[in-house]
Write a protein that binds this ligand. Structure first.
Ligand SMILES: [Fe+2]
Length: 286
């Protein structure tokens, strides 16, 4: 390894949004805005067909259609776990006819959305760099025997470094994104839910090489348009065999929305204990 290699980042600069359909904005508002404490994007997709939910420098995209559920979970960093627990308690009565649940564990709060998506909410910590509010990782369940090939795919096709890690739950493949984000792939013996069309959006520095690699193998699922393309089949670079399906929206840094500033509010602000000037979420000041 080169001296100062820890200063490097891979070719995937950021994981910007996670897209899962939801059937009902009222319930989604109760869960994502009131419960988790996130902020509805006030500028774009403000109608009833889709809602964008800002989480620091990341987003959830929630089109209004039949629900989609990721087999795995989404990691979240929130500023205050105690305040989160109180909010989750307060929305429970309104969500009791759904799959909603939450449980406090030693280092995180596990939350299940009204439609079954799983989230793990962590406090700010070194593992997530200086993130105080955001989506540090998404973990996907994958069938046994494919994790190494998936890591090879990200390295060869997308220029993203990966590593095999062991943690309390077993072995996981980590694909490194930017300074402090990851995609995690955990092999499980349990049956994997059939892929239902959810997607993630990433920004890549070198755009043409991934495009050329995937194009030459017939893997582009949505052609180039507005500085982005999509693929969903992930193959082993060694032999081209299909290993996993996950739609990626791949954007270049020339995409008009690259590094768009997202509005975030401080969910602890209230009418009763109003603090003038503290409506916005202000990282690092509390
Ligand atoms: Fe998207």
């Amino acid at each position: 390894m080169n001296e100062y290699a820890e200063e490097d980042v891979g070719n995937i600069i950021s994981l910007e949004h996670v897209n899962v359909q939801i059937p009902d904005q009222s319930t989604a508002t109760l869960f994502y805005v009131m419960g988790l404490g996130f902020t509805r994007d006030p500028y774009l997709n403000v109608g009833l067909n889709n809602m964008w939910i800002n989480v620091g420098e990341q987003q959830f995209h929630l089109p209004t259609r039949e629900p989609q559920v990721i087999d795995g979970h989404v990691g979240l960093v929130v500023p205050d776990l105690d305040a989160l627990a109180a909010r989750l308690e307060s929305v429970a009565p309104g969500l009791k006819e759904s799959k909603y649940s939450f449980a406090r564990n030693s280092d995180h709060i596990a939350v299940t959305s009204p439609w079954g998506n799983r989230y793990r909410c962590y406090a700010r910590q070194a593992a997530f760099g200086d993130m105080t509010l955001g989506i540090p990782y998404v973990e996907f369940s994958v069938p046994p025997g494919v994790m190494e090939a998936i890591l090879r795919f990200y390295q060869v096709a997308l220029g993203a470094p990966g590593a095999v890690e062991n943690d309390a739950e077993g072995t996981v493949g980590r694909v490194k994104i930017g300074r402090q984000q990851s995609l995690l792939f955990r092999e499980t013996e349990k049956p994997i839910a059939p892929y239902d069309g959810h997607h993630i959006a990433i920004y890549v520095a070198n755009f043409s090489a991934p495009y050329a690699y995937l194009k030459s193998r017939g893997l582009i699922s949505e052609e180039m348009r507005n500085h982005q393309f999509r693929f969903k089949e992930m193959v082993d670079p060694k032999d081209g065999s299909a290993k996993f399906v996950l739609e990626h929206e791949v954007r270049s840094l020339r995409h008009p929305m690259y590094h768009r500033a997202f509005v975030n509010r401080d969910p602890t602000q209230s009418q009763r204990e109003y603090r003038r000037g503290w409506d916005a979420f202000t990282p690092f000041q509390r």
